[in-house]
Ligand binder design. Structure first.
Ligand code: UDP
Ligand code: MG
Length: 303
């Protein structure tokens, strides 16, 4: 069975057409609409769809929590073996779903859509192209288009994903780091026919900052104490060398310690070193708390 998850924020005009097209593509499945605090006619329309089609399930947020949270809610409640995510605005054609599922069945855990011929504005497409390259380079996951919501997952993958903030674009990165087999297929993309985009260009910075956080927390072998502790040790060694030099200059050459810039360097490096090590330890504490509180495993077994 296939679960299709659709995050919806003020998309009243496209929902009926979306439902009709989805129905044409998927017979055995469930359509999970997550209403992310819509203030237009979305709730009414979803209610109507639910009344006439038992495959439709609706979850309604008390306010706008964001697309990531809407997807997480869908992941949590999905009953299917295969989970597909899709935008509600019809920019992702539902007719492409079988293509993703077919690829998944070739033996992948995640199949990500690639909007090769993208129908967004020039500036947005360009900015997103650059961001995609950076994400791919830093994460080591060889995809062309992380931002495409049209993706298919095996159930086990989404059940272990814990994302917050705006991190839904990074599902392939997190899954890939857990050893998932990832593939990409080209999918069609349409201009937004109704409504308006919910994001501006400012998301680029947020995306890059989120990537930094992910790279920091999710890489299984690089721990905070290794990163900051290294800087801490270097600082303390530097401080010792500089301190000994200051003393040697005072005793050997009679150069006044208080007038010697090396004394200040000694103090600066000593303070920095202690701070770095403290930061590393704090980071370790956070990582432990994170794994304990989410019940997340630090490894993944082959099925
Ligand atoms: N969306 C959401 N919550 C939000 C913003 C967007 O659920 O806070 C939904 C939106 O209704 C759409 C999908 O996420 O179904 C993608 O949003 P949008 O089309 O605005 O993004 P774009 O295609 O411009 O990148
Ligand atoms: Mg859109």
């Amino acid at each position: 069975m296939i679960s299709v998850i659709i995050p919806v924020y003020n998309e009243e005009e496209s929902l009926e057409e979306l439902h009709e097209r989805l129905s044409g593509v998927i017979k055995d499945g469930e359509f999970i609409f997550v209403d992310d605090g819509s203030t237009d006619r979305t709730p009414e329309i979803l209610k109507k769809l639910k009344e006439k089609d038992p495959r439709v399930k609706v979850f309604t947020f008390t306010r706008n929590f964001g697309q990531t949270q809407a997807l997480m809610c869908g992941f949590e409640h999905a009953k299917g073996d295969i989970i597909v995510t899709l935008d509600a605005d019809l920019q992702n054609p539902p007719e492409e779903i079988p293509k993703l599922v077919e690829k998944l069945n070739e033996g992948y855990d995640v199949v990500s859509g690639w909007r090769k011929n993208r129908k967004d504005g020039f500036l947005r497409t360009l900015a997103s192209e650059i961001a995609n390259r950076i994400i791919s380079k830093i994460s080591g996951i060889p995809l062309h288009d992380f931002g495409c919501t049209l993706k298919a997952y095996r159930k086990e993958i989404v059940k272990s994903l814990k994302l917050y903030g705006e991190m839904h674009r990074f599902t392939p990165v997190v899954a890939g780091w857990m050893g998932a087999r990832i593939a990409e297929v080209e999918v069609g993309h349409e201009k937004r026919k109704y409504g308006v985009s919910k994001y501006g260009l400012s998301r680029i910075w947020k995306v890059l900052l989120d990537l930094f956080v992910l790279a920091y927390f999710n890489s299984p072998r690089r721990t905070p104490i290794h990163i900051f502790g290294t800087w801490g040790i270097l600082s303390i060694v530097g401080s010792l060398i500089s301190g000994i030099a200051t003393l040697w200059m005072k005793i050997g050459k009679g150069i006044d310690m208080t007038g010697n810039p090396l004394l200040y360097l000694t103090i600066l490096l000593a303070v920095l070193g202690v701070q770095f090590i403290g930061t590393g330890l704090l980071g370790e504490l956070m990582v432990r708390t994170y794994y304990e509180s989410t019940g997340k495993k630090t490894y993944r077994l082959k099925e």
